[in-house]
Design a binder for this molecule. Structure first.
Ligand code: MN
Length: 338
C-alpha cells in the first residue's frame, strides 16, 4: 500500500472499533442515497478491520426496495434507538433528521452533502461534507483514497444512491459524481442500466397500499433556522394531472401534520416523475404562520390558496431549503421573531 492510502486509512481508523459495532446510518425516512451510502460505507469500514454494520431509521421506500430486490440484496436492519451506541452518520448532519437517541450516542463520523446541520460531540470526529450530487459519490472517493477494492454489490448500491439523488445523472451532477458514476458502472455491470433510473422513478411514484399520511411521511425532513422549526415533505407522481391530484391529497393533511408536530411551518413539494414534456414541473404548498408570505417573497408565484406551481423542478436540498432558511433568517416574514 502506498503512503497516501495509509494516511487516508489512518484518518478513518477512529470511526470504528474492532470490538464494538459502529452503526452506519442515514437520515429518517430513508432514501436510496442514504441507504446505499450506509451499506457501502459500512463495508469500507469492515474492509479496514472495523466492526461496522449498515442500519436504517425506518422502512426503506419503494424505490430503494425495488433496486435492492433487483440486485438480490437485503435492506439494512432498522436501528430504533442509537442511545449508547457508536454511530457514523451518512447523508445528513442534523439531530432533527437523525435516528432517535443520536444525542446520547457516540458519533464517530459524518459524511454528507446537505447544508451543515447541528450535529456535535465533545470530541473531534471524522467529517466529510461537500456540495456534490450524492453522498454515495463521497463514499466512492473514500474507497479510492484508501485503495479498497469495490465489490459489484457495493458498486450497485452506490450507483443506486447517485442515480436517485441526481435524477438519473440529470441534476446536481458534479465532476466527482460523473467520475464515480463512470467507475461504478464499470464495476457494477448492471444489465439494462439505461432504463434503471426510469424504473426507479416509477417505483418511487407508485406508493402501492400506502395511505396519504404514509406517503406524506415517506420523504419528510425537519429543519430549524432563525429559532423556528419547519418541515419539508416531497411526494411524487407521474404526469401533470397526477401531480395536481397528489398535491390536493397532500394539502388535505397539512393542517393535521402541522398541529401534531413541533414545527412552525410546513412545506410540501410534489414532483412530476413522468417523462412527458411537463416532467420538470412541480407543485409546492405552504402552511403555518408566515409560510405563504415566505414563499411569496421567494418565488412570487402563489395562487393565494397554498399552491405554488413551478415550471422547473427545484431540488429540496440545493434550492428550496437554502432559500427558506435564508428567507427565515433575514426575513420580512414575522420579522419580530426571526
Ligand atoms: Mn443524498
Amino acid at each position: 500500500m502506498n503512503m497516501t492510502a495509509e494516511g487516508y486509512r489512518s484518518l478513518l481508523a477512529g470511526i470504528g472499533d474492532s470490538s464494538e459495532t459502529t452503526y452506519v446510518i442515514g437520515h429518517k425516512n430513508p432514501d436510496s442515497d442514504s441507504v446505499g451510502s450506509a451499506m457501502a460505507f459500512a463495508y469500507l469500514l469492515r474492509a479496514l478491520g472495523m466492526e461496522a454494520e449498515a442500519a436504517v431509521c425506518g422502512a426503506v421506500n419503494n424505490e430503494t426496495r425495488y433496486v435492492l430486490d433487483l440486485f438480490g440484496l437485503q435492506a439494512p436492519d432498522i436501528l430504533e434507538n442509537a442511545e449508547g451506541r457508536r454511530i457514523a452518520l451518512v447523508d445528513h448532519s442534523s439531530y432533527a433528521q437523525a435516528v432517535p437517541g443520536a444525542e446520547k450516542a457516540t458519533i464517530t463520523a459524518v459524511l454528507d452533502h446537505h447544508g451543515m446541520g447541528d450535529i456535535a460531540d465533545g470530541s473531534l470526529f471524522w467529517i466529510r461534507c461537500a456540495p456534490v450530487g450524492a453522498t454515495a459519490s463521497l463514499v466512492f472517493l473514500t474507497y479510492m483514497e484508501c485503495v479498497v477494492a469495490i465489490p459489484a454489490d457495493m458498486a450497485r448500491v452506490m450507483l443506486m444512491g447517485i442515480l436517485s439523488d441526481t435524477r438519473g445523472m440529470a441534476r446536481n451532477v458534479s465532476t466527482l459524481d460523473r467520475v464515480a458514476y463512470d467507475a461504478l458502472v464499470e464495476i457494477a455491470q448492471i444489465p439494462g442500466l439505461d432504463t434503471l433510473y426510469g424504473s426507479m422513478a416509477g417505483a418511487l411514484a407508485s406508493y402501492g397500499e400506502m395511505d396519504d399520511l404514509a406517503i406524506f411521511m415517506s420523504d419528510y425532513k425537519e429543519y430549524s433556522a432563525g429559532g423556528k422549526r419547519f418541515g419539508v415533505a416531497v411526494a411524487n407522481a407521474m404526469g401533470e394531472e397526477e401531480v395536481r391530484r397528489m398535491a390536493q391529497r397532500m394539502e388535505a393533511l397539512m393542517e393535521e401534520v402541522l398541529a401534531e408536530r413541533d414545527i412552525d411551518m410546513l412545506f410540501v413539494i410534489v414532483n412530476n416523475k413522468g417523462s412527458d414534456e411537463s416532467e420538470n414541473m412541480m407543485y409546492m404548498m405552504a402552511f403555518g404562520d408566515g409560510a405563504e408570505e415566505l414563499l411569496e417573497m421567494l418565488y412570487h408565484n402563489g395562487d393565494g390558496d397554498h399552491f405554488y406551481v413551478f415550471k422547473e423542478n427545484l431540488s429540496r436540498k440545493t434550492s428550496v431549503v437554502p432559500a427558506i432558511i435564508e428567507g427565515m433568517c433575514q426575513g420580512d416574514v414575522s420579522a419580530d421573531t426571526f
